[in-house]
Design a protein around this ligand. Structure first.
Ligand code: NAP
Length: 373
């Protein structure tokens, strides 16, 4: 895809947190976006970013951000066109609305607006066409900006892995057990005395989010609303002492019979609609299949596709449903910061008039190409 003549000025809300730091890192040398403003709570505002944030990534804090002053989360304090939100859900809802009302596009990681009927919940390779909801949202709310959400980190890994199966064979039911990394709980997150030498079979609200968000993402845009998919999804979540990378153990009931080899082919051939494969943050392969019997593993596989590929392995028959497999998603990259940045790239590409061929589902749940907007 061609480079743009001028970079778009962008800011980060919640820039000091776990997702905020990933956003800062990924935006520092972005080909389309120029990082101009960083915002967080009153605890951090007024200090240079390097001082206000407790940098936890292994990669160095980028020079472009080091001396930027942290400002309060007020639209007037940020002279940018687009903001990425890594805000705590306790405050994200109203703050993000204020920015959209003030004319900025808000690409959010927070849960507050994900299930609003007029807010697109996007994984570009899966449901780029749902972005049309932005026009519905603006008309309904009288905003000149918008809110575009990405899903919960586990949901992104699950929905992306399910999409090729949905398109090729149809899906009738899903169970997923997650093993979720510590960075998914933000910084400082889970107390070390709780999680060392331990597994915690509870992450508040997570099972419900996985069950509802997956069906919205895999649903079909019909007129001014998304008709969610209707198959049952059952999630069982666990927090494990891994730093980054959520591992999912998935079983699926399919509408059509498929062998593990058929499923592997569907995973490997999956790319997503134009212009998604050419976006700067899109990985060459959204789903990478490992054939070794003991992969994917968080420590070894989470940086596949610079953290943007979902890594699938152990595809085999399931004696209860039809097929089962493991999938790994880097929770703060594909599951959060990278997801929001890729969504912003899609928004910009679509607004720039780059032709988009969408994919819609027929009533049988199979893929049928349809004309782009
Ligand atoms: P986090 O590490 O706790 O960071 C929260 C951020 O929100 C910090 O920058 C904090 O600023 C800011 N904040 C808190 N209270 C505020 C207030 N009253 N006004 C303005 N800013 C305030 O959380 P996180 O893990 O990065 O998660 C951020 C969001 O992304 C959450 O909604 C989370 O559910 C979602 N998410 C997280 C992941 C993940 O893997 N971590 C994945 C997907 C989605 P201060 O430093 O100044 O307090």
């Amino acid at each position: 895809m061609k480079a743009r003549a001028e970079k778009i000025p962008v800011g980060v809300l919640g820039a000091t947190g776990a997702v905020g730091q990933r956003l800062v890192r990924m935006l520092a040398d972005h080909p389309w976006f120029a990082l101009r403003a960083l915002a967080a709570s009153d605890r951090s505002a007024g200090r240079p970013y390097a001082e206000a944030t407790r940098w936890y990534l292994d990669e160095p804090l980028p020079d472009a951000a080091r001396d930027l002053p942290v400002v309060p989360c007020e639209p007037a304090a940020m002279d940018v066109e687009l903001v990425f939100s890594g805000l705590d859900a306790g405050v994200a809802g109203e703050i993000e609305e204020r920015f959209a009302e003030a004319g900025m596009d808000v690409l959010t990681n927070a849960r507050n607006h994900r299930m609003d009927a007029d807010v697109p919940l996007i994984i570009p390779e899966v449901n780029a066409d749902h972005l049309d909801l932005v026009d519905v949202q603006r008309a309904r709310r009288g905003w000149t900006g918008s809110i575009v959400a990405n899903a919960n980190c586990s949901t992104i890994g699950l929905a992306l892995a399910l999409r090729p199966l949905q398109l090729t064979f149809g899906i009738q039911g899903v169970t997923v057990a997650t093993l979720q990394a510590l960075s998914g709980a933000g910084y400082p997150g889970v107390a070390s005395l709780d999680v060392t030498d331990n597994v915690i079979p509870f992450v508040g609200g997570e099972e419900e989010k996985i069950q509802s968000e997956t069906l919205k993402i895999l649903g079909r845009l019909s007129g001014e609303a998304v008709e969610p998919e209707s198959f049952p999804v059952s999630a069982l979540v666990h927090r494990v002492p891994v730093r980054d990378g959520h591992l999912l153990a998935i079983s699926v009931k399919l509408a059509e019979r498929a062998s593990p080899e058929d499923a592997v082919r569907a995973f490997e051939e999956f790319r997503g609609p134009e212009p998604v494969p050419g976006l700067p943050t899109s990985p060459a392969r959204p789903i990478v299949v490992r054939s070794e019997p003991d992969r994917p593993q968080p420590r070894r596989d989470r940086m596949e596709g610079e953290g943007m590929s979902v890594v699938v392995g152990r595809v085999r028959p399931c004696p209860v449903l039809d097929l089962k497999f493991s999938a790994l998603v880097h929770n703060t990259i594909r599951g959060a910061a990278g997801a929001a940045i890729q969504n912003a790239e899609l928004l910009v590409a679509v607004r720039s008039g780059i032709q988009r061929s969408t994919v819609s589902l027929t009533t049988q749940g199979r893929a049928a190409p349809s004309a782009g907007p």
